[in-house]
Design a protein. Structure first.
Lengths: 329, 337
């Protein structure tokens, strides 16, 4: 018992330190950005910097949960593309925009449910292979439906979702929606029995199963949630772009997984926090904004994100193994 | 030594792919007789050569229970660097370029291997990151430009157009790779160690296998074969581009999974991967022949991966059951005696 509480305490202090580190990095990136551009230190442009690419952020929360449970989902960006295409097509076919948005959410849920069903019900079928197939399948269906065409012609109020501000506070609507989602997911993951079960599954799946956690059902729910958030992403992304194509959201899965891992989620399960993911998201935005100010092209940014992702996972591992070695000797 | 039930079932698995290949070929051949001509079959093999070479490397990674998503970017980066070198030094021999591809790709793979084996980063995270890192470096070295056919010397392009015994050089190279790695996988100590690591990592470590080294080795091999594939790709299409082979890794994984390689490690054979690559080649070649829009390819590929993975899981369960039964029988015999 004592050992267990000690371990929990240590894990808590570790994650606490991690989030402090992120805060320090955010401050650092902030000052670098201010030095790079005099216009950065301006409420409006700061808010805009945060909401660039914000649509991908919605998938981060559900991805954190999936990583905490020890799974991974690389099909999210493709689900978002399919949701976006089907929403646009159903609107073009005469459906009111409100219902078309529901179509996007429905498509996301259906794809996520399908992933989750296969992963949780078929024994020994890994999340990697199912979502890798989904990565190809869902975007492939989007291509079958739309080819290389684009669909646009959405009502004008629809663009408010991505471009509008709340009243005259200067807070983008999307940013508010993002933090509302963060709050909901944070409470669910860190303050409910459901969240504890997710952590239990990620820490030791067999033990969780034998202590009565409905492992299959919870994994099923997590993948369905991820699909739902891909649908939300599709709605905001399409609103931002003003049109839909099968190749939207390409590469978002790396960004989403990178942010979740940078925020302290471990891809091997059992670790992760929504607050950390939010901080990592803000840090990533500031870095991207800063690199944008220096005119660094997108591909180089991907290199930077890849390096950061590997470093974040590898350095604690190396430190840990060094510590273990000194303990043994 | 008696043959286990598992071996028989796995053999059936390969027989199943062969039957599938024959049925598809006949059906497509009925719809479009041009499909079964020697010229078209040769083109199909030529288009599959790169895929089949890269799939061998991927198979070893999958056998250890990992995955190498960076293969396509290693291919693109090596192809681009090789293209730049051959553009500036047109007198270099094509054989040298192939060796360069192996070494340069092997170096890139070795970096990934170090991150996975020594840095203890999960393969999916490490290789997903390396996929973007190497892709980005491709853009940086090429400065966003591509290398055209007219910038490459004839001797280099002859890699793809030249023939050995009626087969394109590239097909001959792919066959050579298969013979070499068939021997490596089945008849060398290191080859068997790869399977041991994939079947049970802890057990492999306990019996004295240097597991870190084996894991590093498979990523290096995958990198080397992807690099070789990169040079072959650039010679085949006579151009090196920044988005060369984008999304190709899915096709490679599909070929492996179709060939019976288990994504959770421990199972996979060289002949199986060969058949898997051929099947993908036939499907890709047949789609335009029966007038299916190329936009179907991506969705179809996802479906193939999914179905093949489901079949693999079912086969693995049968193998396990057969082995269990065998063990039970053995114990009964012993206790009886």
């Amino acid at each position: 018992m004592e050992l267990e509480s000690l371990r929990v305490q240590r894990a808590k202090s570790l994650s606490f330190r991690w989030e402090w580190l992120l805060l320090v990095l955010i401050l650092g990136a902030f000052f670098v950005n201010v030095r790079l551009s005099p216009y950065f230190w301006n409420y409006r442009s700061f808010m805009d910097a945060l909401s660039v690419f914000l649509e991908a952020g919605f998938m981060v929360f559900s991805m954190v949960m999936i990583l905490v449970a020890g799974d991974i989902d690389i099909s999210v960006a493709s689900i978002a593309a399919l949701s976006s295409v089907l929403m646009a097509l159903s609107h073009k076919a005469g459906l009111p925009m409100g219902l078309a948005m529901l179509v996007a959410l429905g498509v996301g849920v259906a794809c996520g449910y399908f992933n989750g069903f296969l992963i949780s019900r078929v024994p020994n079928l890994s999340a990697i292979i199912v979502t890798l197939a989904g990565f190809s399948l869902y975007r492939g269906i989007a291509y079958v439906l739309l080819g290389d065409r684009a669909v646009s012609g959405f009502p004008s109020w629809y663009s408010y979702l991505a471009w509008g501000y709340i009243g005259n506070t200067g807070i983008p609507f999307m940013l508010a929606a993002f933090f509302a989602c963060a709050l909901v997911y944070g409470l669910v993951l860190h303050r409910t029995a459901f969240g504890r079960k997710v952590f239990a599954i990620g820490t030791n799946r067999t033990a969780a199963l034998f202590s009565g956690v409905p492992v299959a059902r919870i994994r099923q729910i997590l993948f369905t949630l991820n699909g739902l958030m891909a649908g939300v992403t599709a709605i905001f992304l399409t609103s931002k772009l003003g049109s839909s194509r099968p190749n939207v959201a390409t590469g978002y899965e790396l960004e989403v997984i990178a942010i979740a891992v940078l925020g302290g989620a471990s891809p091997s399960g059992g670790k992760g926090s929504i607050f950390g993911a939010c901080l990592a998201f803000i840090l990533m935005r500031l870095l991207r904004y800063g690199m944008g100010l220096r005119n660094i092209p997108g591909q180089v940014m991907m290199v930077a994100i890849g390096v950061v992702l590997i470093g974040v996972v590898m350095i604690p591992n190396l430190v840990m193994s060094r510590k273990k070695r000194t303990v043994v000797s | 030594m008696r043959k286990g039930g598992g071996v028989q079932i796995r053999g059936l698995r390969e027989l199943g792919i062969i039957v599938f290949i024959i049925i598809i070929s006949i059906l497509v051949g009925i719809r479009n007789p041009r499909f079964l001509t020697w010229g078209n079959l040769h083109d199909m093999l030529l288009d599959t050569a790169v895929l089949s070479v890269v799939a061998v490397g991927m198979m070893f990674v999958l056998v250890t229970g990992g995955i190498d998503l960076s293969a396509e970017s290693v291919l693109a980066l090596t192809g681009m660097v090789a293209g730049i070198i051959i553009k500036d030094n047109p007198y270099l021999s094509p054989v040298f370029m192939l060796l360069f591809g192996l070494l340069f790709g092997g170096f890139l793979g070795a970096v990934t291997g170090l991150i996975v084996a020594k840095g203890r980063v999960l393969p999916i995270i490490a290789t997903l990151s390396m996929m973007y890192i190497y892709r980005g470096i491709t853009f940086i070295v090429s400065r966003g430009e591509w290398i055209d056919a007219h910038e490459m010397p004839e001797s280099f392009k002859a890699l793809a157009t030249g023939r050995v015994l009626g087969f394109s050089n590239l097909i001959a190279i792919a066959l050579g790779v298969y013979l070499l790695f068939y021997y490596f996988a089945n008849h060398t100590r290191t080859g068997r160690e790869i399977y041991a690591v994939g079947s049970n990592l802890e057990a492999a470590r306990i019996i004295g296998i240097n597991t870190d080294w084996v894991i590093w080795l498979v990523y290096t091999l995958s990198g080397a074969l992807s690099g070789l594939g990169g040079v072959m790709w650039v010679a085949r299409y006579a151009s090196a581009q920044n988005d060369t082979a984008a999304g190709f890794v899915l096709t490679v994984v599909a070929a492996c999974v179709l060939g019976g390689v288990s994504i959770s490690g421990g199972a996979g054979t060289i002949p199986g991967v060969f058949l898997g690559a051929i099947t993908i080649g036939i499907i890709n070649n047949a789609l335009p022949m029966i007038r299916v829009s190329p936009f179907w390819r991506m969705a179809l590929q996802g479906l193939i991966i999914l179905v093949a993975a489901l079949v693999n899981v079912a086969v693995a369960r049968n193998v396990e059951r057969a082995q269990l039964r065998q063990r039970e029988e053995l114990r009964m015999v012993r206790h009886g005696a």
